[in-house]
Ligand binder design. Structure first.
Ligand code: GUN
Length: 302
């Protein structure tokens, strides 16, 4: 046997495939910089952009998300108006706050951080948000507009994934996209956005038979299943592009996605890491949606 072939290459010359990782942090930073410049130009013309963020209760993950949204506002120059309400807030008090924010001329976007405490009916509260301030893109009217290809707010995470593909030079047209997960804020809107970009779309969920047979057919795989390191190299096609929406903890308590990234890297053409892939894009797109709300207001005024 040829020893040269069987000998392991020194670590330094072995490929580590790092160039296959899609740097979501860098792309999100570019988008936030674009928003910052637009907000600054608006300020020069005497216009301010304001995002109201409502946090109810003590959920620790929500507190981190809200802090990150405030930080992004600080960077972009969008004025954050944060309301922190007690865990035992009554539904009617939250409703009054939303109504007040709806009416305020100086508030462009309203975001109610989820989940809400048990005593508050989530749909009832969210559906009160004025459609032209729905920066999360969660309202039925926003979802409906997206479904029929009309302009409107789009859910931030799927919108961020499309942006990741486009800014990485990955074409979507004619590709087979397989989405695993059918949530209202990721899987379903992602299917609509990919259709809009002329992909052929398969949506899989917990009742799907032969899941792995389907994921192996994907040119673009969207993993939004919520199970740590669920997908391995056998589950993807050679050269596939993988977008990992998972945000889980592995057996050592370390943050990980729905994919075993290290296992997939030698097989895929591109993959988003966790953390630093899809996650940072959500807030960047929220910032962009705040600008969009201003545009909507101007269109309505014209
Ligand atoms: N909770 C977790 N993610 C989100 C989000 O994108 N928007 C809101 N409103 N709540 C969340």
């Amino acid at each position: 046997m040829n020893n040269e072939l069987t000998a392991r290459k020194p670590a330094s010359s072995r490929p580590d495939y790092r160039d296959r990782l899609i740097d979501g942090k860098k792309i999100a930073a570019e988008i936030k910089e674009e928003v910052r410049q637009e907000v600054s130009a608006l300020k020069d013309r005497g216009q301010e952009v304001t995002l109201a963020v409502v946090l109810v209760g003590n959920d620790s993950a929500s507190q981190v998300y809200v802090r990150n949204k405030e930080k992004a506002c600080d960077f972009t120059g969008i004025r954050p108006l944060t309301y922190k309400l007690n865990e035992d807030t009554k539904e009617e008090d939250l409703i009054h706050l939303i109504q007040e924010l709806n009416e305020r001329e100086d508030v462009n976007g309203i975001l109610v951080q989820l989940p809400l405490p048990r005593q508050i009916h989530e749909d009832k509260v969210l559906n009160l948000i004025r459609p032209d301030k729905d920066v999360d893109g969660f309202l039925p009217v926003s979802v409906g507009n997206l479904s029929i290809g009309r302009p409107g707010f789009q859910s931030c995470t799927p919108q961020g994934m499309i942006e990741l593909l486009k800014r990485s030079g990955i074409s979507i047209d004619g590709k087979h996209a397989v989405i695993v997960g059918r949530s209202n804020i990721v899987g379903k809107p992602m299917a609509m956005l990919l259709l809009r970009e002329n992909a052929t779309v398969t949506v899989c969920h917990s009742h799907t038979k032969n899941l792995r047979e389907l994921t192996r057919q994907a040119d673009i795989l969207v993993a939004a299943i919520g199970k740590p390191k669920f997908f391995h190299k056998e589950d993807v096609k050679e050269g596939a592009v993988v977008l990992d929406v998972g945000m889980n903890r592995d057996e050592n308590g370390k943050l990980c996605g729905d994919c075993d990234t290290e296992d997939l890297l030698p097989v895929v053409s591109r993959i988003t890491p966790v953390p630093g892939g899809v996650g940072p894009m959500t807030i960047a797109m929220l910032m962009r949606n705040c600008l969009y709300s201003l545009r909507l207001k101007q269109d309505l005024a014209d």
